[in-house]
Design a binder for this molecule. Sequence first.
Ligand SMILES: C[S@@+](CC[C@H](N)C(=O)[O-])C[C@H]1O[C@@H](n2cnc3c(N)ncnc32)[C@H](O)[C@@H]1O
Length: 473
Amino acid sequence: MSLTHLTDRNQLHVLKEQLRLFAFDGSPFPSSDMLKDAHQSLSKRERLSTLLEGELDFHGENSQYASHDLHSFAAKFPPQLPRAFIRGLTNPDDIVLDPMMGSGTTVVEALIEGRLGIGLDIDPLALRLCRVKTTPMNVDDLREIGYKVISKAQILLSSAEILDQELTKRFDERTKKFIDYWFLPDTQRELVALVLAIQDVNDALIKQFLELTFSSIIITKSGGVSCARDLAHSRPHIDSAKVPKNAIEQFSLRLRKNLKSIAQLKLNGHPARVEAGDARAMPFGDESIGLIITSPPYANAIDYMRAHKFSLVWLGESIVDLSDLRAEYIGSERVSKFQYGALPEKPEHIIHQLAERDKAKAGILRKYFIEIRSVLAEMQRVLRPNSAAVIVVGTSIMRSIDVQTHSCLADIADRLGFDVVGIAKRNLDRNKRMMPARFGKKSDSMIEQRMHEEYVIGLLKPESPRENEHAKP
Ligand SMILES: C[S@@+](CC[C@H](N)C(=O)[O-])C[C@H]1O[C@@H](n2cnc3c(N)ncnc32)[C@H](O)[C@@H]1O
């Protein structure tokens, strides 16, 4: 081996170390000078593979800074994860997209890092949450109006008759049935008193913040002020022994916490864009995005709407509309308008294996892969050439078969023309990433068996399409 070769290799090693040091640095704004060399001297592919080789577990790191902890959300990823890829793969002012943004972790990180963050989701609560999380606000105004809302709700609470009338006329029959099942009469009065008080707030942004604070007292690990046993894990079960806490007191506590959180959020260049839409038909132009970081739902695992409707019904949505929307979620078991079709060899093989044990589950898995393929095709379309997509996904065990979601997705992405730069494994911090817990005794529960690790797939859209691309199925 020549001396020059050795020197080049050493230099490459140093550059990769510099990149990792910078991207995984815990401080909010590490010196960007540190990174300049690495950015200029390493190709996008080298940077992506270097980051994938980094420590992606992030156990023990604080994930509650800035506005990240305003509201519970199942299967959030740690903010350090998008942050590392944003720092390592983009420059200030670049556009970073999460087309299934959930609670908006990627979008908040993009905002903090001075990139233009764009988030897309179909879930009404995700949209409300991300809009608030990415909007710096005047905390003094929020505090003043927030405490006026609390006093008003307390006053309203003394007129039980008026509140009962409001509860009768406010909801359609099915929505009221749902509310009566999950909320005790006293809690209903406390909640409707808060809703009425928030309704009168004129400032739209402050109102959104207070509505979100309201929602965060219902959707919690313990099921909040509802009679559900668990909502953050999105598998509500009624707990008839539960004595819910006073909703107005809970709102007051949560308001104090949320004021502290939002006070930490500062604009660093670009306001974020948060849009309602379907990741299978993104409302963005071709080749307009510099980096995608996202985490799709797992196959047939988390039913977001099942938990989110607990607060959305109080914020003006009807149970029927919310149930209809469910079919549009990737991974749902409901029939969707999207067409089925053939997949690459690996997913086809796993689907056939599964079909021998359970035809219905095999159908659900096919639908999931086809839906994800539509999302990947859209990612390919909107990404600029030589730009990366980072996809975080766990596998699922269905009828004792590991469906290897990560490698199936990588094969599908490869067929669409992405270069699969690498797949890294990350161990989940089970205390942090809130995944659905198992209920019942089914030892085969794919939910329980999926929870220990997940994968980070690094994809690169090549500078120009690979040859014979369309010859592939
Ligand atoms: C695993 S969560 C994302 C969590 C996110 N990474 C975070 O840190 O909060 C997946 C998200 O995909 C969204 N989703 C499901 N189907 C979708 C679709 N067809 N289009 C856009 N988003 C969708 C869900 O509403 C959910 O918010």
